[in-house]
Ligand binder design. Sequence first.
Ligand code: KDG
Ligand code: MG
Length: 402
Amino acid sequence: MKIVAARVIVCSPGRNFVTLRVDTDEGVHGLGDATLNGRELAVRSYLCDHVAPLLIGRDPFDIEDLWQLLYKGAYWRRGPVTMSAIAAVDTALWDIKGKALQTPVYNLLGGRSRNGVLVYGHANGASIPETVEAVARYRELGYLAVRAQCGVPGLPTAYGVGRGGLAYEPAEEGLPPEHRWSGEQYLRMVPELFDELRSTFGFDLHLLHDAHHRLTPIEAGWLGKRLEDHRLLWLEDPVPAELQEGYRLIRQHTTTPLAVGEVFNSVYDCTRLITEQLVDYIRATVVHAGGITHLRKIAHLAEPYHVRTGCHGATDLSPVCMAAALHFDISVHNFGIQEYMPHTPETDAVFPHDYHFADGYLHPGDGPGLGVDIDETLAAEYPYRRAYLPVGRKQDATVHSW
Ligand code: KDG
Ligand code: MG
């Protein structure tokens, strides 16, 4: 089998997505997600201008060799644009191999290790009572794990809180909005939120929270300690993780489990965090961390250190990435949990897929390959629209991590 074409489709059915389609001379095609929120066109250019010409004539079954060719062969290594582009190729090749061998991708990854993929949903509200109501709605929908985010008194916007209720989409059309931040006000709100959630729901529900890279290590240590008795499944991204050893300081102060890595793009971003057991969950995912091939290497490194996976699964990762993540999740031994924000009906129509949610779990399809496709005619009705993530600033206007 030979690769005869590699094309990129950019569409915006509610939000922007970048999809790679790889075609072979035997009529089998594969898809890979290449979406990098707010920087979509850079990955499209990387794929079209620099990667696609290298693929033509290659055997799509040589997944490891092609991965190394694109990674080592570029000389310039890592980075979100490069690794998202490599991820898209890698994902498409696994899809092709599954279809060609007439088996779901999870069978190529060692087979199923569990019955379903435990997921968490996103509850949010402008106030604590609204957030409690949103968590209750997720419970009614059958979720066993819920991430809770809440508005912060005194701040006009808060991460994860949008249109109140089930959906939150941070990217906005046009130039980036600027959001204010106050660590002091936020740290007053979060303990009250989880006091209320635990007294309302007890301990039968997994609760999670995302601090979205905004705290200092000592603030994070205090928050983790204050939340310990609430037994969170995780506190996510308490501080930015460029300084991996910085997590030692947080660990010295709290046993609240920590999750890190949705912005990571390679195993080198998390080596110390994993091998020094500074985190409990690693959130790298297929599209931003070099595809299924590289994500498996991260998971395998993590396994002996009791670090589990918790793949990023926000709506800016397309259904192609979600399908790939589910085949990975169901097969990898040290799976922890998968983030799940359902896509809009428009997105689901453009990307028909056979994964489904039932009773708190997602289930990958059992058909050949990844079980996801793209309706290109429908996709063409939704052209790209420039959109950015917000920028964060402190109360005095100093730029801060958003
Ligand atoms: O594109 C950025 C979003 O995916 C990110 O802000 C979402 O933090 C996020 C999460 O945990 O889903
Ligand atoms: Mg996050």
